[in-house]
Design a protein around this ligand. Structure first.
Ligand SMILES: Cc1ncc(COP(=O)(O)O)c(C=O)c1O
Length: 483
């Protein structure tokens, strides 16, 4: 096994150095893909020396293993598609899994890496799901989702967001993640550009790559609350620009786009007929006054250009129910539905009944959701105050979602006895996991290496404990640059 893994690592290194577009896979991915490798006798990899994107599409990296069976030696081609080789695995998922494994091994890790509410699904929703099972509502639904749920979504979008859709302009999927991927796959052609403000949700650039499109990263700054500068957007637009992805409230920064800024962006979008906007509004209800949510599709002239994505995971604490949706012009929604019909088909019938229950809880989720939002706000206030008192930490106060994206770059450049150098967000998070046993996500996963992300989907007492541990672990790490 060990020999097989090291051969595999050599192979992936060679791919990456010959073709910088292809990112190496993680060790664990490689060993998973070689589950039969105890029988490995040899491994070989050949790749041609092509370098252009066009050639990349036809590039075939061949890799073979020989295994010995009773009937002789057989060779298995274990090469992977250039498409999958071009995609990085999700760092948030990897860190969450690592922290869970440590916790299961008895290490008292405080897990603040996951992007999921710590609350239970509200009882009304759970009961709707249970009734669905009891009443035998357990068969395939239409691919696009039940008419009952799509009608309820249309009603919600009209009442809460001021956007009019008919049920045939809604596609229900297994989570907003699927809705976004299908939208990117449906509208992007090879070579198109997908514009993504950074810090970004980890999956956006990888989804662009899966569609053979090119992610174009638009950097934002903590001093501007991580909001996109419309002038930067304008300067990056060309005839290749196909999709702008906006996420408000944002994961990982918690920034909320004010209406005026969205209007400025809309004016620019209106001048570029090829450009569409994917508006990821999954955190819309987790928002703290005085911030307010504006749906991009509700802005003048933007309905035809916008693919609105939303879901039930965050506000309704339904991550495991896997339910999200896309709303947009029928032409695009039908195209996404075509992809879904050939991959997963319709979402779970049980989850769809539960989602109807969720949308029936009242405006913006009613009392049950506002109780959770109040708790998130209390935690945000506590963390902003606590880290605000810490030397060398820069903060942009989040207006929504349940993340704090803190600039810890003044701690970079330190040398810790028994640990080594802290030279970026990844080593700082490793140090904090080692020393403080707090799991956080390095900002480089979101395209901003100066920062680390703290998910405050944990009780106030857990957060207090985490802050104490982080402060204690960092007392021996002096900020390198005074701020
Ligand atoms: C910004 C953003 N969009 C979409 C999703 C996907 O949500 P789900 O697939 O659980 O509905 C997430 C989940 O972390 C997210 O943070």
């Amino acid at each position: 096994m060990a020999a097989a893994t090291s051969h595999s690592l050599q192979a992936s290194t060679r791919i990456a150095s010959t073709h910088p577009q292809l990112k190496p896979s993680s060790d664990s991915q490689i060993s998973n893909s070689l589950s039969f490798s105890s029988q490995l006798r040899s491994f070989s990899l050949k790749s041609s020396q092509s370098t252009t994107m066009r050639q990349l599409h036809s590039l075939r990296v061949s890799a073979a293993v020989r295994t010995e069976t009773d009937s002789g030696t057989i060779e298995v081609d274990i090469s992977l598609s250039p498409r999958v080789n071009s995609v990085k695995p999700s760092k948030t998922v990897a860190i969450t899994d690592q922290a869970t494994a440590l916790a299961q091994a008895g290490v008292p890790v405080i897990r603040l890496a996951a992007g999921e509410p710590d609350f239970d699904t509200p009882a009304v929703i759970a009961e709707a799901g249970i009734s669905a099972i009891r009443e035998g509502y357990t068969r395939y639904t239409p691919n696009a989702g039940t008419l009952e749920l799509r009608s309820a979504i249309c009603h919600k979008l009209k009442e809460e967001n001021g956007i009019s859709y008919t049920p045939d302009q809604i596609l229900v999927s297994n989570g907003a993640k699927q809705s976004i991927l299908q939208a990117v796959l449906a509208v992007c052609s090879p070579g198109d550009e997908v514009l993504i403000p950074a810090p970004y949700w980890v999956s956006y650039p990888e989804m662009a790559r899966l569609a053979d499109a090119t992610p174009v990263i638009l950097n934002t700054h903590i001093s501007e609350n991580f909001l996109l500068d419309p002038k930067l957007l304008e300067s990056k637009l060309s005839e290749k620009s196909r999709l702008l992805i906006l996420c408000s409230p944002s994961n990982p920064t918690g920034s909320v786009y004010p209406r005026k800024l969205l209007e400025d962006i809309a004016h620019i979008v209106a001048r570029h007929p090829r450009l569409l906007v994917l508006s990821d509004e999954i955190y819309e209800h987790i928002i703290y006054a005085p911030a307010t949510h504006t749906s991009f599709a509700s802005l003048p002239g933007m309905w035809d250009r916008t693919l609105t994505v939303n879901g039930f995971s965050k506000a309704f604490a339904m991550t495991g129910w896997r339910l999200g949706y896309l709303a947009g012009p029928k032409h695009f929604v039908t195209a996404c539905g075509k992809i879904q019909s050939q991959s997963t088909s319709g979402a779970s019938s049980i989850s769809q009944k539960a989602a109807v229950g969720a949308l029936g809880m009242g405006y913006a989720g009613g009392e049950a959701v506002s109780v959770m939002v109040k708790a998130f706000q209390e935690r945000r206030d506590f963390l902003v105050k606590s880290f605000g008192e810490m030397e060398g930490v820069k903060i942009s106060e989040p207006q929504g979602a349940f993340y704090l994206f803190l600039d810890f770059s003044s701690y970079f450049g330190s040398q810790i006895d028994g640990f080594g150098a802290i030279n970026g967000s990844e080593s700082l998070c490793r140090y904090l996991l080692d020393k403080a046993q707090v799991a956080l996500v390095p900002g480089d996963a979101f395209g901003e290496d100066s920062c680390i992300r703290i998910s405050y989907a944990a009780s106030l007492s857990t957060l207090k404990d985490a802050v104490d541990r982080i402060k204690k672990a960092l007392t021996s790490v002096r900020p390198a640059i005074p701020v």
